[in-house]
Design a binder for this molecule. Structure first.
Ligand code: ATP
Ligand code: MG
Length: 556
């Protein structure tokens, strides 16, 4: 995979914006990010956020955060708060422009009456089944509802009574009067309002009718003076309706809709409904489970805002649907953490090594750089003592040809400390290796030999008596196949090994007291982030991502 460094983004939407500004069609660009507060934001939303807020920032415009709360839901407050947090965490600001489609309910209703008065909308009393039967198919035109020819007076009366709460849910709808024979099904007299006797988080019980997305969205754009309304490709077929409403309603501005390809990522699902299912059915531990493709999950996993923004820039904005390799987002976070994460040593699966010629009870403290390439990250002190712990898989009693790590009689370097040579292997009755014995060469203090000896491997380690215990959570992909939806039920594709918990990992003492969200590279193991489940007595780490060339790099 060759990956180019992100530059100043260039894409067809920015070209349109620039042309509109240059031609004076747009004075100041105003975009919006319009989430429906019915779930947490996912990485797909991040693409839309980066695009909408990015364009506003680049062209000195404005991006509104507008909650598309036309559909009352119970959890709205939790979702609204999470969305605000996630957008801000990604590094974007809506300034004064925190808006709600529900603030426009009165105006939207007035425009409903306006359409009725112009003979462009009618109340249909058909049942949902009858309406479905009259809608036609992709190949056959629809048929006119018997209520299509109602008089303006009758329509006004019925719409007002809908609004007054006189009818039960589903008894009536307001429809646009466009064309039941249109080849575009969205233009076959789409529903504009439906009756729903349900409390709304912001408007309470004031409204027994709620506008449809296709009606509320373009008109909300117009109310806010949105210049470029950017949405995903599946709305391309809705654009004629968008334009029809902007044309036929006395709106204060004329926004235009542009469509771009949504982000799809391999080995995951992205629809909010499916993510909600994972949460409510307990397949993950909440919306912010580090295996989730949500912003909250990525944050908890240890992703940085800039890694997500860089990822979105690399993905780019285009007109054609595709699936992005999950490796690309891992590349983006690795690149960021490689620069900023201090290095520490930790052992996930400890094997004791007793250094026979090292004085018992002694401790040496080695000043160790936190980042070899960046002295500004400073140094820390790492203790060394007679008994150390190494990674169990770094020792083989009977090593194959290409195994360069520790083996009987072999010398390796302990990072920043000494060269040691394995002298003896201690086993229990069952034949399991329980301990190694070794000797160290005092002349190699700090990890270099005056005679130029270069062991083939450098191992990470911790001093047994100084190490702190912690829990480490290792994550694998949540789904087994690239496209979990392919096989039918995506739940059948869940990876049963997506979470592996290491209860007794050992870490060098410098990490003691690290706060949640602190990020480290555990040398040779990957990048890790302190989880919010940590307590003052016990740190919990999430592995954000592995090191790609873990062994190759340290084998030199
Ligand atoms: P979902 O299909 O997950 O329920 P949605 O489109 O219904 O998503 P909204 O809250 O309505 O979710 O989305 C807010 C904005 O984010 C919309 O403008 C939508 O087009 C955009 N968006 C949603 N998913 C993606 C995606 N995968 N890639 C890019 N933009 C997206
Ligand atoms: Mg939507």
């Amino acid at each position: 995979m060759t990956i180019e460094a992100p530059e100043k983004p260039r894409d067809f939407i920015r070209e349109i914006v620039e042309e509109d500004l240059a031609a004076g069609r747009t004075q100041r660009v105003i975009t919006r990010f319009p989430p429906e507060p019915n779930g947490y934001l996912h990485i797909g939303h991040a693409k839309s956020i980066c695009l909408n807020f990015g364009i506003a920032n680049e062209y000195n415009g404005q991006c509104n955060l507008r909650f598309d709360d036309t559909n009352p839901t119970k959890e709205e407050v939790e979702f609204t708060e999470s969305i605000k947090r996630d957008v801000a965490w990604l590094g974007f600001s809506w300034g004064e422009n925190l808006l709600h489609a529900s603030d426009y309910f009165a105006q939207l209703y007035t425009w409903g009456e306006e359409l009725i008065n112009a003979g462009k909308a009618y109340v249909d009393s058909s049942s949902a089944d009858e309406m479905r039967a009259m809608r036609g198919t992709l190949t056959e035109p629809g048929t006119d509802s018997p209520h299509r020819s109602r008089s303006i007076e009758e329509n006004l009366d019925l719409f007002r009574r809908m609004r007054a709460g006189e009818f039960p849910d589903g008894a009536q709808v307001l429809r646009a009067k466009i064309d039941m024979a249109s080849p575009n099904i969205n233009m076959r007299d789409p529903v504009l309002y439906r009756i729903r006797h349900k409390s709304h988080d912001r408007t309470g019980d004031a409204w027994p009718i709620y506008p449809m997305y296709d009606y509320a969205h373009p008109l909300s754009d117009a109310i806010e003076g949105i210049t470029h309304s950017l949405c995903t490709l599946e709305y391309e077929d809705h654009r004629p309706l968008y334009d029809w409403l902007i044309e036929d309603v006395s709106v204060p501005s004329r926004p235009r809709q542009y469509e771009f390809a949504r982000l799809n990522l391999s080995y995951t699902v992205m629809s909010k409904r499916k993510l909600l299912g994972l949460v409510t059915e307990g397949h993950v531990h909440g919306w912010d489970d580090p295996r989730m493709p949500t912003i909250a999950g990525l944050r908890r996993r240890g992703y940085t805002p800039s890694s997500i923004r860089n990822f979105c820039e690399r993905v780019g904005v285009a007109k054609r649907e595709n699936v992005i390799d999950a490796g690309l987002i891992e590349f983006s976070i690795r690149e960021d953490l490689n620069r900023i994460a201090p290095r520490v040593m930790g052992v996930l699966d400890p094997l004791r090594v007793v250094i026979d010629n090292y004085p018992a009870g002694d401790t040496e403290w080695f000043d160790t750089p936190n980042h070899v390439d960046d002295p500004s990250l400073g140094t820390r002190r790492v203790p060394f003592a007679k008994t150390i712990l190494i990674e169990r898989e770094d020792f083989l009693e009977d090593p194959p040809k290409k195994f360069f790590r520790l083996a009987p009689g072999r010398e390796v370097r302990l990072r920043s400390a000494y060269f040691i040579t394995c002298t003896n292997v201690v086993k229990d009755d069952a034949g399991n290796i329980v301990e190694l014995h070794a000797t160290y060469d005092p002349a190699t203090r700090g990890g270099d030999s005056p005679d130029g000896r270069k062991p083939k491997a450098t191992l990470h380690w911790v001093a047994a008596d100084h190490a702190i215990d912690c829990e480490v959570r290792l994550y694998d992909r949540l789904f087994k196949s690239e496209n979990p939806e392919e096989s039918g039920n995506f739940l059948d594709d869940l990876n049963p090994q997506s979470l592996q918990v290491v209860q007794a990992a050992k870490l060098e003492p410098s990490v003691r007291g690290a706060q949640p969200q602190s990020r480290f590279q555990f040398e040779r193991l990957g990048y890790f982030c302190v989880d919010s489940d940590s307590t003052p007595d016990r740190l919990v780490f999430n592995r954000t991502v592995t090191l790609k060339d873990a062994w190759a790099k340290t084998a030199k």
